[in-house]
Ligand binder design. Structure first.
Ligand code: NAP
Length: 250
């Protein structure tokens, strides 16, 4: 069923992993999807895949941008809206890790993680909220992490950025509820992507032991939650954190 027909979605970091799965799922539900990322080759390949599956050349597009750059995000999103019209759904998914213990963490590591993971969501939201207001409503879905709820050694910056996304989302949910813009968070657990592909076998086995459902998550597990939050079934949900982690954090 095309429950997102006539909707326009923006997915940051849709060139790989979780963002790619979300972009593909929202498109399969009928949305036109704009993917924002830095890797043009991968972005255009996802666009080709979406358009081929939909049998519709205009179902997806890629825009090259670093979400940490306020000016570039503004330029790209204004251009997008000029061509495609208003945006109904925003998924802030772009994120990076630069693991280091705080004592050894460089300012560059701190800034790059905060600027991409948290400021990136500020950059996109402040531009797109206006068109959602004009359209009479919208959905913002921020991809945090269970680490934003629990903390994790070696990830002070990452945890701060992911907790920050939760605070940002709750504040925005309150600011925007009267405009029918729902803002929610997905906190993924341990999902099989390039981000977790760098972990050693020992660390992976340790994490697996802490997952009651006994497996790593797939990007598609997160995409189903994103579809729910983007679609009409979540009309009465705002300011919430949905943890999709196989039961890791209860
Ligand atoms: N995998 C997990 O276990 C897990 C768990 C909890 C939360 N998360 C969160 O889920 C999100 C997606 O993670 P993933 O596992 O799918 O990671 P991934 O495979 O490494 O993909 C990250 C995506 O973010 C994009 N990106 C990174 N920096 C960017 C920037 N400055 N500007 C624009 N795009 C940027 C990348 O695109 P380009 O290369 O094209 O720039 C890529 O598409 C992240 O926010 C991550 O923190 C992941």
């Amino acid at each position: 069923m095309e429950q997102l027909k006539n909707q326009v979605a923006v997915v940051t970091g849709g060139t790989a992993g979780i963002g790619r799965a979300i972009a593909m799922r929202l498109a399969r539900a009928g949305a036109r999807v704009a993917i924002l990322g830095r890797n043009r080759e991968r972005g255009e390949s996802v666009v080709r895949e979406i358009c081929a599956a939909a049998g519709d050349e205009g179902r997806a597009r890629f825009d090259e941008v670093d979400v940490a750059s306020t000016a570039d995000v503004e330029r790209v999103l204004k251009g997008l809206q000029g061509e495609w019209g208003g945006v109904n759904i925003l998924v802030n998914n772009a994120g990076i890790t630069r693991d280091a213990l705080l004592m050894r963490m460089t300012e560059e590591q701190w800034d790059s993680v905060l600027d991409t993971n948290l400021k990136g969501a500020y950059n996109t939201s402040r531009v797109l909220i206006r068109s959602m207001m004009k359209a009479g409503g919208g959905r913002i879905i921020n991809i945090s992490s269970v680490v934003g709820l629990t903390g994790n050694a070696g990830q002070a910056h990452y945890a701060a950025s992911k907790s920050g996304l939760i605070g940002l989302s709750k504040a925005l949910a309150k600011e925007l509820s009267s405009r029918h813009i729902n803002v929610n968070v997905i906190a993924p657990g341990f999902i099989d992507t390039e981000m977790t592909g760098v972990l050693s076998q020992e660390i992976r086995e340790g994490i697996l032991k802490a997952i009651p459902l006994g497996r790593m998550g797939k990007p598609e597990d997160i995409a189903e939650a994103a579809l729910f939050l983007a679609g009409p079934g979540s009309d009465y949900i705002t300011g919430q954190v949905i943890t999709v982690d196989g039961g890791m954090v209860m």
